[in-house]
Design a protein around this ligand. Structure first.
Ligand SMILES: *Cc1c(COP(=O)(O)O)cnc(C)c1O
Length: 347
């Protein structure tokens, strides 16, 4: 199997893993520092992580019984697959999408069936029907906004999948706050829908490793049967719960990033570079071969100037594509300037 690889290179401007470029509020750091004294370190943590789950539930207007928490949304996804996939079962994805969905499905022992998006990375109704009809997957993944394309999945597609899937539908919403629609309202007690979220992007807390799912009560119970007991340490539970007290600060960071996303997209357009509409904190773009000059790749030229973006050019369906995370305004300026030179349009 291929392992997850995203180079961790020590460069000045890191725009390759969709983290927030902005720090958490300093008040939160004080909260966490104080929390270290509150923890009974000789005791196991609250196995049900109730205070954290209740805070997440309040934010989304659901019950704590609808919230499953884990160490990053990757552990949420893994637990979903250990619970509902595995040997003899089928998991469907629509490529290109987040590689961990297929990867974790295979690790669970499941067979992965990949549907394909069209050349603009949109999902056609006929493809949804074809995949669901022929594969009858126990689990279907959607990712909205989709990583690495940035595209928001239209509501009609999500509803079509939910209406026709024979099993579970997982909607990975790692980037939901950067767009204006969420599938959360489709999660009801009798639905087959789970929405996953993470603290890694919007909450500026990639280092914390915290993610969650909003799901029907019966599924949360099943996930808790499968996951390791005491998997979420005591400090993390408090740190996550405290983070949710700074919603306004989060929203203002997100608004700034969305604004910068628009500025970058506009400039890429001026440079004649293909991009796709993004509902996330990154932009997929394809410098055409005519626009790039010299033998070195645009990715390498950017790296030479200390700017790291994600090279997706060898991924299936993403020929020549790069993905840039929206950084601070200063980082974005450096990126845009270096990119202009890399495609032979520097001034
Ligand atoms: C970044 C990302 C995640 C986040 O995973 P964590 O384990 O919570 O850091 C999940 N899904 C997608 C699509 C992502 O891009």
């Amino acid at each position: 199997m291929d392992k997850y690889h995203s180079p961790q290179v020590d460069v000045a401007v890191r725009l390759n893993t969709n983290e927030s470029p902005l720090p958490v509020p300093p008040e939160w750091i004080t909260d966490v520092r104080n929390a270290v004294d509150e923890v009974a370190w000789n005791r196991y943590p609250d196995r049900s992580a109730l205070a954290l789950r209740q805070a997440i539930a309040n934010r989304h207007g659901v019950s704590a019984d609808n919230v499953f928490v884990a160490n990053g949304s990757n552990e949420v996804l893994q637990t979903l697959l250990l619970t509902y996939a595995g040997a003899g079962r089928t998991v469907a994805t629509f490529e290109p999408t987040y590689q961990m969905h297929a990867h974790l499905a295979r690790i669970s022992g499941a067979t992965v069936v990949s549907g394909q998006r069209d050349s603009d990375f949109e999902l056609q109704e006929s493809e949804i029907r074809r995949v669901l009809d022929t594969a009858q997957p126990e689990v279907v993944f959607l990712c909205s906004p989709n990583n690495p394309t940035g595209r928001l999945e239209p509501r009609r597609n999500i509803e079509l999948v939910v209406a026709n899937a024979p099993g579970l539908v997982v909607i990975d919403e790692a980037y939901a706050e950067f767009s204006d629609w969420s599938a959360l309202e489709l999660v009801t007690e009798h639905s087959n829908v789970v929405v996953t979220r993470t603290f890694s992007k919007t909450w500026s807390l990639a280092a914390l490793r915290l993610g969650y799912a909003i799901a029907p009560t019966r599924m949360v119970e099943e996930l808790n049967t499968v996951v390791m007991p005491y998997h979420l340490d005591a400090l993390k539970q408090i740190a996550g719960e405290r983070a949710l007290r700074y919603v306004e600060q989060m929203q203002s960071r997100v608004a700034g990033i969305v604004q910068e996303r628009g500025r970058i997209a506009g400039r890429l357009g001026e440079l004649g570079i293909d991009t796709w509409p993004s509902g996330a904190n990154f932009i997929l773009f394809r410098p055409t071969s005519a626009a790039s000059s010299g033998s070195e790749s645009v990715w390498q030229k950017l790296l030479n100037t200390g700017i790291l973006v994600r090279d997706c050019s060898t991924w299936a369906g993403l020929d020549g594509c790069l993905r840039v995370t929206v950084g601070t305004p200063a980082e974005n300026d450096l990126f845009l300037k270096a990119l202009s030179w890399a495609v032979g349009k520097g001034e």
